[in-house]
Design a binder for this molecule. Structure first.
Ligand code: GDP
Ligand code: CA
Length: 310
């Protein structure tokens, strides 16, 4: 079993790439649920849905989230009643949120709902939420404390970040199977996800960080920061706000003590020594998953760095 810690867009791209080079059944994803939120009475779980849609081959590749060819007529229609429409939910995507909310109201756990949705989409990898308990990523800004989606989607990550909290984490427990997936993994891969916004919440669940840092498996992370910037907000804004440099050295500093190897892009080869200064090995390779073959090449490098035979 290869266990992948992941968020949404970057996480799902690496999961898809890994599932293309080895049997998807060998993969377990532990997915960030810190940006889950209620909209219009529906429980929306953005990162798990992106991973599910990507593995099913249904993700909108251009956007990186949502279902391809989805329409947004429902979202526009709800605006007539004065409801907020900044968090866009597609017409077909809506069915996922209605179904999940029904399951939760009938007493299912988030894990059970996620398993059911993944099964319906034909996903063969195991998808686990980091916790069945509510953990909320809150971004502290000059405009006040903002729930993650409000900070990113409504306000476009424009507010300077002063702090980041994971509300509820102290009392959360890892979802069933999470600690086992980490402890029993032959390798642990940290996706090129937003370190503070997507991986930080997973690590904030009591027991998870210790499980990763004490694991005997080789731990490899892929940097989502390429050439001193993130491909999309708000990974860079959050790193900068929390005092890290927005480059692979900043990513290495954030993961120091947790992982063994950081895979960095060729554009950042000059910073390999700075990564090594954080106590990590640096592996330089093209990391942009611009198409399936580029993704597969990166997945093979990540697996090789982790000592896994595909
Ligand atoms: P979110 O939950 O949708 O914000 O997505 P994640 O946290 O999983 O991933 C966001 C990060 O993924 C960003 O910092 C991107 O730079 C990074 N990312 C997206 N696509 C790629 C890619 O092809 N290669 C690499 N190295 N990073 C990527
Ligand atoms: Ca996310």
């Amino acid at each position: 079993m290869i266990t992948v810690l992941c968020g949404g867009v970057g996480g799902s791209r690496l999961m898809r790439a890994l599932a293309n080079v080895l049997a998807p059944e060998r993969l377990t994803a532990v997915i960030n649920t810190g940006d889950d939120a209620w909209f219009h009475g529906l429980y929306v779980s953005p990162d798990p849905d992106i991973v599910t849609y990507a593995l099913a081959g249904h993700v909108d590749a251009a956007r990186g989230w949502g279902l391809h060819d989805d329409t947004f007529r429902w979202n526009a229609a709800i605006g007539r009643f004065g409801h907020e429409t900044w968090f866009q939910i597609g017409d077909r995507d809506l069915a996922t949120h209605v179904h999940r909310t029904r399951l939760l109201r009938e007493g299912a756990t988030l894990s059970q709902a996620m398993t059911d949705i993944a099964r319906a989409f034909g996903v063969r990898s195991r998808l686990l939420p980091m916790s069945d308990d509510r953990v909320r990523t809150v971004v502290e800004t000059d405009a006040g404390d903002l729930p993650f989606q409000r900070y990113l989607v409504e306000r476009h990550a424009q507010d300077a970040v002063r702090g980041v909290r994971y509300d509820g984490a102290a009392n959360a427990v890892p979802a069933p199977g999470v600690l086992e997936a980490i402890a029993e993994a032959e390798a642990i891969v940290v996706a090129p996800s937003n370190p503070i916004g997507s991986i930080g919440p997973i690590l904030s669940v009591p027991g998870v960080r210790d499980a990763v840092s004490s694991s005997r498996a080789t731990r490899v992370a892929v940097s989502g920061i390429i050439g001193g910037r993130s491909l999309q907000p708000p990974a860079g804004e959050m790193l900068a706000g929390m005092g890290y440099t927005v480059d692979v050295a900043g990513v290495a500093a954030y993961y120091a003590g947790l992982i063994d190897t950081l895979i960095i892009d060729e554009a950042d080869a000059a910073l390999a020594a700075a990564v090594q200064a954080c106590g990590l090995r640096a592996r330089v390779t093209p990391t942009l998953m611009r198409d399936a073959s580029a993704g597969a090449a990166l997945a093979r490098v990540a697996l090789a760095a982790a000592g896994v035979v595909p």
